[in-house]
Every structure is written in structure tokens, then in C-alpha cells.
Write a protein of this length. Structure first.
Length: 273
């Protein structure tokens, strides 16, 4: 588990990098806050100067067999081998078991793309980062219920992840040990038809893992759920964000209809030894 002073230092480094690069990092703060973070295997790698100031940080985020990583280096200390040193440490622990091992960098971060190419990683895909600036009109649908997930929903969550993201059941078993926390179940006439996860930060709420069963799509359920969640979060003073793969035109169309606009992107590179 990350100590409070570590989280504070990471957040300060994040702000410095985002301000300098004029970009937005994908930090997955809900995963960084997990109590079992780095418990069985190192997921956080640090580089400090002699005064104890954090100059570089690399986070590993396991999603089933897939592993994503993100590396931050203080702009004043770049080109000194810090990122490569942190990556070497992470790869020594993770590369053999990860299929694939992905490096995440903001689409407009020139230094991030250069680093990925320098370590031999190959571009794979990009995700749009979308923010809801125009609050949508509520779009209710009879028979639809949205409720917090409970432990008995775990099997349904796994099945939805399998269908929605093309995972095997084995991979869904390793996605998140606390998948229920922050997850909402979507029911239609009492039957589970979808789910999503909401990660709340100080001023932002991020929607992840939004899935509606294939046979239930096109019935207005997704729009009803999304507008409901957006209104809940906005009432609590949050700005709502989400990610969507750039090639997912159906989801992109839905999000735009619900008031979301593209405001950045994340690129993913696959490391190959």
C-alpha cells in the first residue's frame, strides 16, 4: 500500500508534468489507493534525489494478463536515464508474465512517444479522453435500475467484462480483486444487463468498464444509464470523464449524444523484448 507521503509526492509530480507538457496523465488513482497495492509484487517504482525529492515514478497496472505502465519524470531531470532505469526494474518483474506489456503516454506528449520508441515499444492503439461539458437532459427508461454492486454480483461482472472487452474468464479472474467497490449494476426488469465503475477524485469522476449486454444494446439503456450517472456526479460537484478506444464508433456516438466531447487522448505502445 502506498503511504500518504508517497501519494502526495506522486500527485505533486503529476501536476508538474501535466503543467509542463500541457497534457493529462492517466493515473488510475483508484488502483493506486488500493490497500493491497504492491503487496504481493512490486507495482510502484521510485527515483529520488539525495534530498528525498521524487524525480521519477513508474506505476504498473495489471488488468488480467495484460499489464499497463505509466512513467513520470520531472521535466528538469529528463534525458538522464531515470525513465529507462525505472522501466528496466519494472520489466525485470513483469515482462515474462505480461501478454501484452503496454506503455501508456498522452497522445500529445512528445517526450513520452520518444521514450516508447527508444525502448523498442511499438504503437498499438489510442483512446479518446472525453469530458461532459454539456450536461445532458435526463433520459429515463422504464424498468431500468442502477444500484451499487455487492459481492454476489462478481460472477455477473466477470461475464460482462468477458463479453464487453473480449477477455477470457481466466483473465477476468485477475482483473481487480475489489471489482465490486465503485461498481454499479444495471438491471432491466430485475435482470442484470450491464455495469460500469465510477472512480471519484477530488473534483472529477471517471467512468470505466461500461458494458451493456449485446442483446440489450440499441434499446436506449446505455443512454439512460449514462445520463443518470452524469447527473448524480454533477450534483456532487464533479466533472465527469471517460475513456473510449478511438475505433469504437458506436460508443463514441453514444457519449457525444450524452454531452461528452473529446478533450485529449492516450496512446498505448506494446513492449517487445
Amino acid at each position: 500500500m502506498l503511504a500518504p507521503e508517497q501519494r502526495k509526492a506522486i500527485h505533486a509530480l503529476q501536476q508538474k508534468v501535466e503543467h509542463y507538457d500541457k497534457t493529462k496523465l492517466k493515473m488510475n488513482w483508484d488502483m493506486l489507493a488500493q490497500q493491497n497495492r504492491s503487496e504481493s509484487k512490486t507495482e510502484d517504482y521510485f527515483h529520488y534525489d539525495e534530498k528525498g525529492t521524487l524525480l521519477g515514478y513508474l506505476a504498473v497496472f495489471p488488468f488480467g494478463k495484460k499489464v499497463e505502465c505509466l512513467c513520470l519524470v520531472d521535466p528538469e531531470y529528463r534525458r538522464r536515464g531515470i525513465a529507462r532505469h525505472l522501466m528496466t526494474q519494472a520489466l525485470s518483474n513483469w515482462h515474462q508474465q505480461a501478454a501484452p506489456f503496454l506503455i501508456n503516454t498522452p497522445e500529445n506528449a512528445t517526450s513520452g512517444h520518444a521514450f516508447c520508441r527508444a525502448v523498442g515499444a511499438v504503437y498499438q492503439f489510442s483512446e479518446h479522453q472525453m469530458v461532459c461539458r454539456e450536461i445532458p437532459m435526463p433520459c429515463s427508461k422504464e424498468g431500468i435500475r442502477i444500484r451499487p454492486a455487492v459481492s454476489s454480483d462478481q460472477a455477473s461482472i466477470q461475464c460482462l467484462d468477458k463479453e464487453g472487452f473480449g477477455l477470457s474468464m481466466e483473465e477476468t479472474n485477475h482483473l481487480r480483486p475489489d471489482e465490486v467497490n465503485g461498481t454499479y449494476i444495471v438491471e432491466a426488469a430485475g435482470e442484470v444487463v450491464g455495469k460500469l465503475r465510477v472512480q471519484r477524485q477530488k473534483e472529477e469522476s471517471w467512468i470505466y468498464g461500461f458494458v451493456i449486454k449485446k442483446e440489450e444494446r440499441g434499446k436506449g439503456i446505455g443512454r439512460a444509464v449514462l445520463t443518470d450517472i452524469v447527473h448524480r456526479e454533477v450534483r456532487n460537484g464533479k466533472t465527469v470523464w471517460l475513456d473510449v478506444v478511438t475505433s469504437n464508433e458506436q460508443a463514441l456516438s453514444l457519449y457525444k449524444k450524452c454531452g461528452f466531447t473529446v478533450e485529449g487522448a492516450q496512446a498505448y505502445y506494446r513492449y517487445k523484448a
